[in-house]
Every structure is written in C-alpha cells, then in structure tokens.
Ligand binder design. Structure first.
Ligand code: FES
Length: 122
C-alpha cells in the first residue's frame, strides 16, 4: 500500500491570522511552517526556513504580488518566493516546501505532507 493519508494539524482559528502577514507555527514532527492568509482569503503554508540563510524567517517576509501572482519576499529583501508553489523567482533550483492547507469549522489545518521535495537548505 502506498500514499498514507496526510496528517492534518489544527493550527489556529482563521480570525487569528491577520491578512497579508505571516505567522510561524510548528507541526508535531517539528517542522516549522510559515502560514499566510491573503486579503482575498487564500491560505498558504510554506516551510519557514529561508533556504539561503537557514534562518526561520519566512514568516516575517513581505507579502505582495508579481504580475498578479502572490509572493512573499524574505525579510532580507533579496529573494522572493511564489506562495502557491514555493518557487524562488531569483533561483529556479530553490523551492520552499509547500504544505496543503484547509479550513475546518473556521480552524486552519495544515498537512504534514509536503507538495514539493526540491528544497535546498544551506
Ligand atoms: S511569526 Fe513569530 S517567529 Fe515569525
């Protein structure tokens, strides 16, 4: 049998997450995620570790858009990542891990399963 069901972790009520700002959270396995709620209601969860510095700072990034595509720019202002895919716009070989997010009864839940595995750290 393959493809174990994703494990969902309840993180916080939707209302606790300000629009267009990141918040850090830890999954039970110790994975640090950066959670974003866009003003349009879209939710994204990405790995919180900045692949370039190795520091857990993606949650402090600046949310914006590039040609209509939602992005987060790391707090150092150098690298920008697509929120939906984790792709780094400056370096196509680098991606942030992307987690599935869902809303259950007004509570944000994040999956431990990563959509991408191409993360380079360090
Ligand atoms: S949101 Fe608290 S450490 Fe980034």
């Amino acid at each position: 049998m393959t493809g174990a069901a994703p494990v969902w972790t309840a993180l916080c009520p939707l209302d606790a997450l300000p629009a267009d700002q990141g918040r850090a959270a830890l999954l039970p396995d110790g994975t640090a995620v950066a959670l974003f709620r866009l003003h349009g209601g879209e939710l994204h969860a990405l790995g919180n570790l900045d692949p370039f510095s190795g520091a857990p700072v993606i949650c402090h990034g600046i949310v914006g858009d590039r040609a209509g595509v939602p992005v987060v720019t790391g707090p150092l202002g150098k690298q920008t990542f697509e929120l939906a895919t984790g792709r780094c716009l400056e370096d196509d070989t680098v991606r942030l891990p992307v987690h599935d997010v869902r809303l259950t009864g007004g509570v944000i839940e994040v999956s431990a399963r990563r959509n991408t595995v191409e993360t380079l750290v360090g």
